[in-house]
Design a protein around this ligand. Structure first.
Ligand code: URA
Length: 210
């Protein structure tokens, strides 16, 4: 496995993901599982955050206790499915600043078009974790990350639930400096751009639409 891609091969992650893949899993359970997996993925994607120490008086002594260093985090959800991962990430990192990137696909050009962009002003001073459950063609993820870099982001990571080899390759080519963390690397994309075996449309399954 390259440094660019981390597959979180933890038994709990894999078990919960298998339940999410099942087409009979209802919306409420799908959402709950996504939230639980987000906690485990958040743990992994933040594993190398810079640390410093802080003086703390315990009831017994004064100690230099480890705390996160610097300007901390910005979490950026790629709308709309990114919000499912975002909620669970915020459970673990409640003080993170939050941004949103909204993109839709132009049916004529098939290129992503931005319809919403709101991020913390000091993006250049933060570790930025962009979240979107499905890294399929990679088109929208690559565009979202480019937008974050244009807004000043220097240290960007990408977190997803499922990735297709095509999307990983596209990300590596466009953003070799952006590490990708995923719960699974699936086989391929189908002709409609769905990840196979996948779990279907993550947004529809999360929000009960379609
Ligand atoms: N987006 C989804 O929600 N599912 C896929 O399989 C691909 C892209």
């Amino acid at each position: 496995m390259s440094d660019h891609l981390t597959v979180v091969n933890h038994p709990l992650v894999q078990h919960k993901l298998s339940l999410m893949r099942d087409k009979t899993t209802p919306t409420a359970l799908f959402r709950q599982l996504l939230r639980e997996i987000s906690h485990l993925l958040a743990y992994e994607v933040t594993r190398d955050l810079p640390m410093t120490t802080h003086s703390v008086d315990t009831p017994l002594v004064e100690m230099q206790a480890p705390v996160l260093a610097g300007h901390k985090l910005a979490l950026v959800s790629v709308l709309r499915a990114g919000n499912g991962l975002l909620d669970g990430m915020l459970d673990l990192i409640p003080s993170a600043r939050v941004g949103f990137v909204g993109l839709y696909r132009d049916e004529a050009t098939l290129e992503p078009v931005e319809y919403y962009f709101k991020v913390p002003a000091d993006l250049d001073k933060r570790v930025v974790i962009a979240v979107d459950p499905m890294l399929a063609t990679g088109n929208s993820s690559v565009a979202a990350i480019q937008r974050l870099k244009d807004a000043g982001a220097k240290d960007v990571r990408f977190l997803c639930l499922l990735a297709a080899p095509e999307g990983v390759a596209r990300m590596r080519e466009a953003h070799p400096d952006v590490p990708v963390t995923t719960a699974a690397l699936d086989e391929r994309l189908n002709k409609k751009g769905y990840i196979v075996p996948g779990l279907g449309d993550a947004g529809d399954r999360m929000f009960g639409t379609k």
